[in-house]
Design a binder for this molecule. Structure first.
Ligand code: NAD
Length: 694
């Protein structure tokens, strides 16, 4: 776990301690013990005058072993903070040779060292905030003393890693070198000789190094960026502590705040999502992925444009096909406008924008798709339109090209039936805006080859998406669940709520936006078309709310027409409550014989969120999702479900499945058969199980 080499430079002998814990050099209990023993031996060895601490391969150390959190292993000594203190107070210089990634506890370990050298490709960061905790091994106390308050707040609250050159610029490292071990040895020798000062941290309080306003700004920004999350606020409180507390007092404060977070539900939920995303990438069958070198996109509308941008952003050439010159130009103008916004925000330079635009080739001729490796269709949501397109694609595209549809709900097997290659046909369901949202539902048809799924998974990862494997059904995972969620939202309107009340309750629960605001954003005509399609097979005895249909009949399709459940001022996305809609809702309720009543936030949340949970349990049982944690990934990455609640399944586990079932049974008695408890929920609740254990 720790390899020790000796190196002699002039008269100085240096012990090089190399952490070796594949695959990512995390620092769990065993590594702490091994580093502690090697350090103690090197410190006691009179033949050694300095120590260099480094890692293996591309990792210096990726941080604490998250799997050990909330287990007795975290108590095995030395604790990480004890190890760092041992480094910091050592009587021989200890220099970190940061040979690659140094994150979390790994970077904190280097902060106790007396010098730091990074390789040119090193990444240094404190991402703990993303897991709902804070750097708990001194990071919040030492980093501000090294790089200053503002830079420390940016690194700790932002959670994004710095490059080696950024780390050099803010003073986090002393040097960047092609051979960091050699450079660290030279620095150690210089410290031994007194030619360079040892960077021992001054434990005194930082005094008035920053004004109150800096922290107020940080708190406000964190509230906006991480709505409902407590960890960012705790991070800021710890950094603020450095102003008036000495190192020892600050470290004790930090340890106490860390304990509170690590034992809390939020960080457990965020760690669940961290692992769930990694699990979602695991495919049921091992298969050989092929490399996709170029892509075709059919349709340059809302989705097609965003999909083309996602590929261009990853350097993959795209052929964008439309049915008319006018539609093509409109689509390209939208793409150009989106890139302009990114450029103005400083995300891309003009040159980078031009490079991306140059990768998107426009056409109205299917022959231009004859050579691409994969085509994604994003035309109108209409079975006949899709069948016509896939018939032409099948005729034109090369034999081994993969054909994909971005349909939201249509039957992929039926679309595949018009092609002679159902094995190479699948769904790739992007989310709007497609160049921003990270979720990609990869829909496996009845005959889709495993190798095609593997190819699309690899491609998804290349373009920075989180792929989740789902099966064919109306709406796949996300939209199938959302139908139940919005159904309850509509019922709640009839029973006594206003749109603002329903949306407000769910936003306070943590959703990025409420269900009615979300409908207005997506376009009410889309779900209206789906309801019309389902109407012939909808059982007549089931309750049905006409509110959304009636709003559509008024020509109100949401934001795009300036009115839907809310009204919108020209050019604004801010929903404004509309008394006309309140009147319409009351009218629909009266027609349905519903007596309106007062409804609490708790009921709104239970009705809508448990509707998601109950349907999700059916989806897992049906095999449409591989595992409950995939559903959590879909909801957090694609539907604005609060990360700090871990997704609907984890949330249900947190509430307790027996309690969820009891409430669903009550809704079943009060509201009828929509609420029939899902068999999997009953099974788990009655056997003491949890969704997250499956
Ligand atoms: P859109 O109306 O904005 O764009 C569709 C585009 O396809 C138009 O530009 C149209 O000119 C073009 N088109 C239509 N028929 C064509 C043909 N035969 N050949 C070439 N181009 C053709 O629609 P959208 O919102 O981008 O949706 C596209 C698809 O993505 C639909 O299947 C939709 O269900 C799905 N989807 C939409 C969203 C969303 O939020 N909008 C999200 C996920 C999936």
């Amino acid at each position: 776990m720790v390899h020790v080499d000796l190196r002699k430079i002039g008269e100085t002998r240096i012990a090089i301690l190399r952490i070796d814990n594949p695959p990512v050099n995390s620092i769990g209990s065993q590594v702490r013990v091994a580093v502690g023993e090697s350090l103690a031996a090197a410190l006691a060895d009179d033949a050694v005058q300095a120590i260099v601490l480094t890692g293996t391969g591309k990792f210096f150390c990726s941080g604490a072993d998250i799997r050990e959190f909330n287990t007795p292993k975290t108590l095995i000594r030395p604790l990480l903070r004890e190890l760092i203190s041992m480094v910091e107070t050592a009587h021989k210089p200890i220099v970190a040779a940061i040979n690659g990634t140094a994150l979390g506890g790994g970077l904190e370990l280097t902060l106790g060292c007396h010098g730091r050298v990074a390789s040119e490709d090193a990444k240094l960061g404190l991402p703990e905030v993303k897991l709902g905790v804070l750097p708990g091994a001194g990071g919040t106390q030492r980093l501000p003393r090294i790089v200053g308050i503002q830079a420390a707040l940016d690194i700790i609250v932002g959670g994004e890693p710095l490059s080696a050159s950024q780390a050099l610029e803010c003073g986090l490292v002393d040097d960047v070198a092609a051979d960091p071990i050699d450079s660290a040895c030279q620095l150690a020798v210089a410290i031994v000789r007194g030619d360079r000062a040892s960077r021992v941290i001054d434990p005194a309080p930082l005094g008035d190094a920053a004004s109150e306003a800096v922290f107020d700004d940080a708190r406000r920004a964190a509230q906006r960026r991480y709505r409902g999350c407590i960890a960012p606020q705790e991070c800021i409180a710890c950094v603020e502590k450095t102003l008036h507390a000495d190192l020892e007092t600050g470290l004790a404060f930090e340890a106490e705040r860390f304990k509170l977070l690590v034992e809390g539900d939020q960080s457990k939920a965020q760690r669940h999502i961290f692992f769930a995303e990694r699990k979602a990438a695991k495919l049921p069958a091992a298969a050989q992925a092929s490399t996709v070198r170029s892509v075709g996109v059919v349709g340059a509308g809302t989705m097609g444009g965003g999909i083309a941008m996602s590929f261009a952003n990853a350097g993959i050439p795209v052929v964008l096909l439309e049915q008319s010159e006018e539609a093509l130009q409109r689509g390209l103008n939208n793409i150009q406008r989106n890139y302009d916004v990114s450029r103005k925000r400083g995300r891309f330079s003009q040159e980078e924008v031009e490079m991306r635009l140059a990768l998107i080739r426009r056409t109205m001729d299917y022959a231009d798709l004859s050579d691409v490796d994969l085509v994604i269709e994003a035309a109108f949501e209409d079975m006949q339109v899709k069948k016509d397109i896939f018939t032409r694609l099948d005729q034109t595209c090369k034999k081994d090209a993969v054909l994909a549809t971005n349909t939201s709900r249509l039957d992929i097997n039926e679309i595949a039936s018009v092609t002679g290659r159902p094995g190479q046909m699948l769904g790739t369901h992007f989310f709007s805006p497609a160049n921003v949202m990270r979720l990609l539902e990869v829909v496996k048809g009845a005959r889709t080859d495993d190798a095609v799924i593997a190819t699309v998974f690899r491609l998804a990862q290349r373009i920075g998406k989180i792929p989740v494997l789902v099966g064919v059904c109306d709406g796949f995972v996300g939209n199938r669940m959302v139908s139940h969620y919005t159904r309850e939202a509509y019922f709640l309107l009839e029973e006594g709520c206003t749109p603002a009340q329903v949306d407000g309750a769910l936003r306070r629960f943590g959703m990025a936006m409420g269900p009615l605001q979300m409908q207005d954003m997506a376009g009410l005509d889309i779900s209206w078309a789906a309801r019309k399609r389902q109407a012939p097979t909808r059982p007549a005895h089931l309750r049905y709310s006409k509110v959304a249909d009636r709003i559509c009949e008024m020509g109100r399709y949401g934001q795009k027409t300036g009115a839907g459940f809310y009204r919108y001022e020209a050019g604004s996305r801010e929903p404004i409550p509309d008394p006309e809609i309140d009147k319409l809702i009351a009218q629909c309720a009266a027609e349905a014989g519903i007596v309106r009543r007062e409804i609490s936030d708790d009921e709104i949340v239970a009705r809508t969120i448990y509707a998601l949970v109950n349907e999700a349990a059916r989806i897992v049982k049906d095999g449409i999702a591989q595992r409950p944690s995939d559903i959590d990934v879909v909801y957090v990455a694609g539907y604005g479900f609060p990360m700090f609640r871990g997704g609907p399944m984890f949330y249900a586990d947190t509430v307790g499945l027996p309690k969820v079932l009891e409430t669903i049974r009550r809704f079943h008695a009060e509201h009828g058969e929509y609420w029939e408890p899902a068999p999997l929920l009953v099974e788990l609740a009655e056997s003491g199980g949890r969704f997250s254990e499956r």
